[in-house]
Design a protein around this ligand. Sequence first.
Ligand code: ADP
Ligand code: ZN
Length: 722
Amino acid sequence: MTRARVLLLNSALGPLDYRVPHGMAVEPGSIVVAPLGPRQLAGVVWEPERMASDGEVGDNRLRNLLSVIDAPPLRPELRRLIEWTADYYLAPPAAVLRMALPSSSALEGVRMITEYRLSGFRPERLTSQRLQALDRIGERQGLIRELAEIADVSDSVIRGLVKAGAIEAVEVNIDTPYPPPEPDHAPPILSARQSEVATKLVEAVDAKAFHPFLLDGVTGSGKTEVYFEAVAEAIRQGRQTLVLLPEIALTEPFLKRFAARFGHAPVAWHSDLRQSQRRRAWRAIASGEALVTVGARSALFLPYADLGLIVVDEAHETSFKQEEGVHYHARDVAVMRGHFDQCPVILASATPAIETRQQVEIGRYTELKLPGRFGKAEMPDIAAIDLIAEPPERGRWLAPRLVEAMRETLERSEQALLFLNRRGYAPLTLCRTCGHRFQCPNCTAWMVEHRLVKRLACHHCGHVMQPPEECPECHDEDSLVACGPGVERIADEAKLLFPDARTAIVTSDTLWSPAKAAEFVGRMEAGDIDIVIGTQLITKGYHFPNLTLVGVVDADLGLEGGDLRAAERSFQQIMQVAGRAGRGEKPGHVLIQTHNPKAPVMDALVSGDAQSFYEAETEARRHAGAPPFGRYAGIIISSEDQGMALETAKRIGRSAPKVDGMHVYGPAPAPLAMLRGRHRFRLLVHARRSLDVQNVIREWIGPIDWPNKVRVAVDVDPYSFL
Ligand code: ADP
Ligand code: ZN
């Protein structure tokens, strides 16, 4: 090649053409460094016929490529996936490419770097910043910048601590190989049913062909053990497996469990990795040395050398949908990746999404069922508490029957879990005298009180304020009241009721790193915790045999938003959290507090008749032409300047094309009318399933110009309607 079309890591640009200097060998997929103005940027060589360049330039005016990175070229399968994703989600291809090349240090030649960690020496008289740094860093190690980020202090605070001797430098070789997992290290003895299912999955791995599966089994039925057999088969063949998890908090327990089964942990990929770990993982994935990778959705676009199997665990989780940058759904893209890489894809779930069930229905996915829990464990019994008939005491949130069940559980030295999907102490602070409500200055949202850290915080933008001593409007003192419960308030109530019980709060505030999650699991397993109070973070994946009672504090909460998936999501969430109860030999009980015990979703939970609930929901979707029977796309127009945002939104709305089978709603102010200081307007496109909505939107919005200060984001197949 003497000329190369290069997709640079800059989302604002399309592909650019460069000259390949004499003696440099590049091919499609080569990772290269190219000049852009005065700067140098990494990028990937693309087939010119697949991507139009930003402007045809004569050979003699092209600039030279600077160098080729010493890493395997991106394979055509991945390049096709990147094109598909960019096309489907209407995203710049470079933004998708960035997810394949997310680590600049992975592209560098160096192998030794200097990292820092606590030396063990603690100088006297520390500033509060330094103290905070030492506390937060704990056992962690990383670059100065990474430690500064972990500790939420400036680089100079860390440097000061290095000078003072409290932090020391260590030389690290960052590319040490990963020990390979052993497929026959400690395999379980599968039940007849499990082994039947496992055999089908193993055969699919052997077939080396695209084959999507829905592995549908109740919580605790052994889905993980079963798909591990398919992973073992891929390992035997020396091919790579990718396991996607919905939360990085689940990574750590997964690593432990995997290591027990396969002798060594897999390679982990998530946002909490430090730079050296990220580089090491990326290179091992690209070379094919990393046989099994487990990660959050961002692991999906990595350049696996030879992918033989993809597993999406807890595949119904909406956290697989990315809501920023490229608005992709990792479950759906995983299936496409399996299609391009010609390998099986296993979607594992106890509560599969209606979209996934529909794929089974029309014969695209193969469903494999594990109907019962493994061994002696039984499904927990589920009952509803009608909060109108059996209300909690005044100012309390736990109904007498739930409190009594907790008492019995604790008396048997078993563990209880209270689920409330609300972080902090109270979702709203209100002045009793004048009615003033504390609102975020940047968002259409209340400030949430976090009593443990003595702050009010906005859960959308992170804005924090000191808890006020008086009302800012009427200046009345002692007039402020906390309204409604969050997990911290429930924890207070639990402590009041059971002063001797040891409680733990599990939210993203307390379990903000895999290490914290691991610590929590350790304490649960050791029996150091009696009552857990947690948000959705606690509903997934965990296996605590001594946990026998689950109380759902407010089952109506999930239904509030009212979007098309609200009932389904509530059902899934409560089934998942119920699935934490009674996973060992002891039976589990679940109590659901609700104001609407007659609502179909409550009825389905209590009666265990998921089938008719799903059928009714599916029928309702079919009737409304909602997904998977029809399609939506959201168009979100935002700007710090409200007038500009509105003007652009109106212009986009006015130029909406009249297309048969498509309807455009809006523009209207978004429910979250302000977010991070930006005013937001939404349009909603509703279309027939067979319509190529992306193309319509491309041709519709493509020619429209808007001011620099306005951002227009398209969300194809939206999960959030805020
Ligand atoms: P799921 O992923 O469906 O929730 P798991 O795979 O986590 O289920 O299994 C639940 C529990 O039962 C785990 O502790 C698991 O190790 C155990 N288990 C499941 N199948 C077997 C088996 N065949 N032999 C031994 N233990 C098993
Ligand atoms: Zn805010």
